[in-house]
Design a protein around this ligand. Structure first.
Ligand SMILES: [Fe+2]
Length: 303
């Protein structure tokens, strides 16, 4: 599909299309995490109504929560295979080879006892603030789709909150369309260079918060972190960021709350998400798989 800005709801001049699209989106709320949930009974290779149900959630909310019975044998390889097969069905084919990911580009998120992973919050039991994945990636390696799969939850905590970026866009635009202009500015959000260790430096990465992908979809690049980030220095950008912070509050009717049990996961178009801190004990150590993709979920592929 060729993107035609004049037909896009994300074109600020296009008030009619925006208002029809906005009405459709907001009519889906209030909604809870249960509305996102699809139970998968079988092998991810088998077609069925379950995949149509997943597709429907993705179309409506840009995310779906699935529940599958825990996979006992040969962990974590069996769950990796399950997750990879599942996300491929939704078109997440090109996976991001993150530096802490395994050779298959799927990361095992657990508390790191040492090594390179220990430097990063996802590999600790600390809370992770609101973000979309890969906000520090280059423009041609933006993360459009993602899959998470819980092999084992923590003894306590490790809950996720999720929000559809299209809802964030609507709330910001309704408040002040100039907030959208500011957040679409190519210099809106700069991630300074980062010392990755061993003499490797990740260069600074600037870019917009909201952008329109080639297929016409909305892409969001965001982190709520306050250190190691430079927002464009103007009043409207500051106002937009403050307003966005307020949107992402615990009691928002647009925020989904979910704690993944063993065998559960999320497939999404890199929606806004966070994670609460957690506590492991000897019996219950949190282990979650994460696959990031340069592809966005599309209607189920014929295999
Ligand atoms: Fe994340």
């Amino acid at each position: 599909m060729i993107f035609k800005p004049k037909n896009s709801p994300y074109n600020l001049d296009n008030k009619g299309v925006y208002s029809a699209w906005r009405e459709q989106k907001l009519a889906l709320y209030p909604a809870t995490a249960e509305d996102l949930l699809v139970t998968l009974s079988g092998d991810p290779n088998t077609a069925g109504d379950e995949y149509a149900a997943m597709q429907e959630r993705l179309a409506d909310f840009n995310m779906v929560v699935y529940a599958h019975s825990p996979i006992e044998a040969d962990e974590p390889m069996a769950s990796k295979k399950f997750l990879n097969t599942l996300i491929r069905r939704f078109g997440l084919l090109r996976l991001d080879a993150h530096q802490c990911a395994d050779d298959d580009s799927i990361s095992l998120l657990s508390v790191a006892e040492g090594g390179e992973r220990k430097r990063y919050i996802p590999y600790s039991n600390r809370a992770i603030s609101w973000h979309t994945d890969g906000y520090y990636n280059t423009p041609d390696h933006q993360i459009r789709g993602m899959g998470l799969h819980c092999i084992h939850p923590a003894a306590d905590g490790g809950d996720n909150q999720l929000m559809d970026p299209e809802i964030a866009y609507i709330l910001l635009r309704d408040e002040n369309p100039d907030f959208i202009r500011a957040l679409m500015h190519p210099d809106a959000m700069l991630i300074p260079e980062n010392d990755l260790g061993d003499g490797e430096i990740r260069p600074p990465q600037g870019g917009p918060v909201f952008s329109i992908a080639d297929d016409g979809s909305l892409h969001m690049r965001y982190t709520a972190r306050t250190r190691s980030i430079e927002w464009r220095d103007d009043a409207t950008t500051r106002g937009a960021v403050d307003f966005l912070t307020g949107i992402l509050s615990d009691d928002s009717p647009y925020v989904f709350h979910h704690r993944m049990s063993a065998g559960e996961g999320v497939v999404c178009n890199n929606v806004l998400h966070n994670r609460t801190s957690f506590v492991d004990d000897d019996e219950n150590k949190r282990l979650v798989l994460r696959a990031r993709s340069y592809d966005r979920c599309v209607k189920e592929l014929d295999n």
